[in-house]
Structures are given as C-alpha cells and as structure tokens.
Design a protein. Sequence first.
Length: 77
Amino acid sequence: MAEWGEAWEEIDYTPEEIMGTGDTALVTLLYDGVGKGSGMRIEGRFWYLIKLRDGKVYFLRLYRDHAEALEAAGLLE
C-alpha cells in the first residue's frame, strides 16, 4: 500500500457499499486521485474483504475484480 500511496499527488477514498454476513464484510471503495508526475486524474473501484474474530480484524485482502471479491466473501449468487 505504501508504493500505491506514493504514486499519487492526491488520492481520496470513498466507501460506496458494505455487504456481508456475520464477521465477514466486503467493502466497495471508490478512489479518485491525481497521479504524481503525470497530473492525470484517475477514478476506479476496488474491494476489501475483511474478516473479524473477537471484534478484531484478522484477515484483510484487496480485490480488483468484483466477481472474484464476491466469490471470496461467499456472496456470489
């Protein structure tokens, strides 16, 4: 994540949707940023799968593909 953050002049993240059951959540995040050096504005989405145990995060994984994220979270119909 440090390398990702260094690539941006500015970057904002906005939670768009939170889905889940029990101790598992799938968070859709929108990102909007300006590339360092290029000055290009880029927008997109990625998904964080978060699993909790005893109220603490024990698993966190980023997905760039929505279907893959849904499948990993057990939410694919």
